[in-house]
Ligand binder design. Structure first.
Ligand SMILES: C[S@@+](CC[C@H](N)C(=O)[O-])C[C@H]1O[C@@H](n2cnc3c(N)ncnc32)[C@H](O)[C@@H]1O
Length: 367
């Protein structure tokens, strides 16, 4: 059974269903999706700086592309990670940019201890509002979400390519793809309540404080059991950072059900290439800080059998901040008995509905 805990949003108490079990290694856990909001703290930065699966890919790409080049590190974080790696790999110079003031000040405090510090310039601000001269040869930007584009990578890197990079300059990472498969939420959290992990409550509070009111946050599922998937994964969002980069897109994907069960939504996860010819990082099958995102489509579970088809339409359009995408999903599930089940979801970056669907009414009970 979940316990009910209260958080406070703008002086008003908000009840939240919480799984109070202490975190155990490998146990599934439900969190709000945090990466697309300016609420990074030392804990979140540490989950990234200790992510070997991620870091070795960025390091390898920088060791190939940074030597003798000018590098721009967008979203350098509190640790100046990729700016430091760039100069260590032999870059002529690195400009590091960070928009969160606390992270910027921590990064600035670490600069004097670095050698050779004179090859890194650190700036406070959003890359989309800043001007750099001269232009860079390489742009490294780890602003990739668990839904690949959720942190604004498409708009930020399209802007970087047009204003900050030399013609023919290269972006790291090279490509990011979001995959989706049919699931039922309670299969992702077996033998435990469908409730937020207790450790995630401060982040939920920070997201709502940032937005000034609660809304139906995207649901991040850590360590989902691999056998919970009801279909193969299909690509729903494709970001080619060195190719035809779309800031808005709509895809149509066909998921074939492969095992009997019940479906109420899709699970999405990231595939990421830092270099074009490497095996991608796969956030479902590898241990990494990126988790999976559960997107509800039907308010109740629909029985499925092998061979059933889900026609999934997935759209990303820029929110009113011009950077972070709002997502919209429409699904038609064709079952063996000839029926069609229609489901949909609006998942804006910020704002939108609160408690619009059964799952959010259960996560934020009013009584
Ligand atoms: C996922 S973290 C990555 C931090 C660090 N680069 C790393 O890889 O460990 C993304 C960081 O980028 C920053 N950020 C996102 N978009 C930005 C932008 N357009 N300009 C400057 N900073 C940005 C965020 O504030 C956050 O610190």
């Amino acid at each position: 059974m979940p316990t009910i805990q209260k958080i406070e949003t703008h002086g008003r108490p908000l009840r939240v269903s919480v799984d109070a079990e202490p975190k155990q290694e490998g146990r599934p856990a439900l969190w709000p999706s945090v990466g697309e909001y300016p609420i990074y703290d030392p804990f979140l930065y540490t989950t990234m700086t200790t992510d070997d699966e991620r870091n070795q890919r960025f390091r390898t790409a920088l060791s190939q592309l940074a030597p003798d080049r000018r590098v721009l590190d967008i979203g350098t974080g509190q640790d100046l990670l990729w700016a430091r790696e760039s100069v260590q790999a032999g870059a002529r110079h690195a400009v590091a940019v960070e928009v969160i003031e606390d992270a910027f000040h921590k990064a600035a405090a670490s600069l004097p201890a670095l050698t050779p510090q004179d090859r890194i310039t650190l700036l406070l601000g959003e890359s989309t509002s800043l001007h750099f001269a001269p232009r860079a040869d390489v742009c490294v930007a780890e602003i990739i979400g668990s839904l690949a584009g959720a942190e604004g990578a498409a708009a930020v890197l399209a802007d970087a390519r047009s204003r900050h990079l030399e013609p023919g300059g290269l972006v790291i990472p090279h490509r990011a793809v979001t995959l989706a498969a049919a699931v039922r939420l309670c299969d992702l959290l077996p033998e435990q309540p469908v409730a937020f992990a207790e450790a995630s409550l401060p982040y939920l509070q920070n997201i709502f404080d940032w937005h000034r009111k609660p809304f139906d946050v995207r649901l991040r599922v850590e360590n989902p059991p691999a056998d919970a998937l009801l279909s193969e994964g299909g690509p729903v969002e494709v970001l080619d950072f060195n190719g035809d980069l779309q800031t808005e897109q709509r895809t149509a994907t066909r998921l074939v059900i492969t095992r009997p069960g019940h479906m109420d939504g899709v699970l999405t996860w990231l595939n990421l290439w830092c270099l074009p010819d490497e095996a991608p990082l796969d956030a479902l099958h590898m241990k990494t800080n990126w988790a999976t995102i559960y997107l509800p489509l039907f308010d109740g579970p629909v029985p499925v059998t092998p061979g059933d088809i889900v026609e999934l339409s997935f759209a990303a359009s820029l929110s009113d901040d011009g950077v972070h995408p709002d997502y919209q999903l429409d699904a038609v599930l064709h079952t063996a008995d000839g029926q069609q089940h229609h489901g949909s979801l609006e998942s804006p970056h910020h704002g939108g509905a609160f408690r619009a669907r059964a799952i959010y009414r259960a996560l934020f009970p009013t009584s």
